[in-house]
Design a protein around this ligand. Structure first.
Ligand code: G3P
Length: 232
C-alpha cells in the first residue's frame, strides 16, 4: 500500500516528503481554502507537486458535467500529471466517462458505500476514494465499507486503485493496508502519529546515552595512559 499526504499545506508537505515515505498527494477545495489566499492557485499546486512528485489529485469545483470536464482540461493544462478528483454524483460519473475516453485519469471522491464504488469503477475511474473517517463520524463503520470494496475488487478483478481516505488515526492506515487498499491518503498529523512511538524515543535515548558513556570511558582511559607515560 502506497502512502499519500492529504494536505495543501506546503510546510506539512515539505516535512512529510523529506521523510521519504510519500508517493503522492491529494488535495481538495477545503484543504486549499485553509491556505494563504494570496498564493497563486496554480503556483501553489505546482509547488505541492514539485515537493512530492508522483501522484497529485486535484479536485474540480463545478457541479455540472461540462463544467467538470472543462475544469479538468484546465487542471491538466497547468499540471499535466494531475489526476482529476470528481465527486460521486451522476454528473460526476458522466464526466469520468468523458475524461476516461480522453485518457485523463480520475479519482472519484466522496465515496461512502460499496455500491458507489462499483458505479465509479464502471464509469471508468482510475481511483476510488473511500472516506473512512467521515463514515465513523456518523456512527457508521468506514473500515467495514472498505473491506467490502476490497472483497468486490478481488472477485471482480477491477483495475481501479482503491484509496483509503479521510483517515483519522494510524490504525486506519494499518487496517487499510491489511484489507488490501492500494493507497492510503492521510493528513500530516496521522502520518506523524504513525511515525512516532514512545518506545522508539526511549530506546534511542538509551542507545545514545550508553554510547556516550562508552566514549567518555574510552576518553578517560586514554587520558590515564597518557598521564602514565608522561610520569615515567
Ligand atoms: O481525501 C479525503 C479527505 O480530504 C477528507 O478528509 O478529514 O476532511 O474527512 P476529512
Amino acid at each position: 500500500m502506497r502512502l499519500f499526504i492529504d494536505s495543501a499545506n506546503l510546510e506539512e508537505i515539505r516535512t512529510a516528503a523529506s521523510w521519504g515515505i510519500l508517493s503522492g498527494v491529494t488535495t481538495n477545495p477545503t484543504l486549499l481554502a485553509k491556505e494563504d489566499p494570496t498564493l497563486d492557485p496554480w503556483e501553489h499546486l505546482r509547488e505541492i507537486h514539485r515537493l512530492v512528485g508522483g501522484h497529485i489529485s486535484v479536485e474540480v469545483t463545478a457541479t455540472d458535467t461540462s463544467g467538470m470536464v472543462r475544469e479538468a482540461y484546465e487542471i491538466v493544462s497547468h499540471i499535466s500529471e494531475a489526476v482529476i478528483k470528481i465527486p460521486m454524483t451522476p454528473e460526476g460519473m458522466a464526466a469520468v466517462r468523458e475524461l476516461t475516453r480522453e485518457n485523463i485519469p480520475t479519482n472519484v471522491t466522496l465515496i461512502f458505500s460499496p455500491a458507489q464504488a462499483l458505479l465509479a469503477a464502471n464509469a471508468g475511474a482510475s481511483f476510488v476514494s473511500i472516506f473512512l473517517g467521515r463514515l465513523d463520524d456518523v456512527g457508521s463503520d468506514g473500515l467495514r465499507v472498505l473491506e467490502t470494496v476490497c472483497d468486490i475488487w478481488d472477485r471482480q478483478g477491477f483495475d481501479v486503485e482503491i484509496i483509503a481516505a479521510s483517515l483519522r488515526h494510524p490504525m486506519h492506515l494499518v487496517e487499510a493496508a491489511r484489507l488490501g487498499a492500494d493507497i492510503a491518503t492521510a493528513p500530516f498529523r496521522v502520518l506523524h502519529q504513525a511515525m512516532k512511538h514512545p518506545l522508539t524515543d526511549l530506546g534511542l535515548q538509551a542507545f545514545l546515552e550508553d554510547y556516550r558513556r562508552l566514549q567518555e570511558e574510552q576518553a578517560r582511559r586514554r587520558q590515564l595512559s597518557l598521564t602514565e607515560v608522561a610520569s615515567r
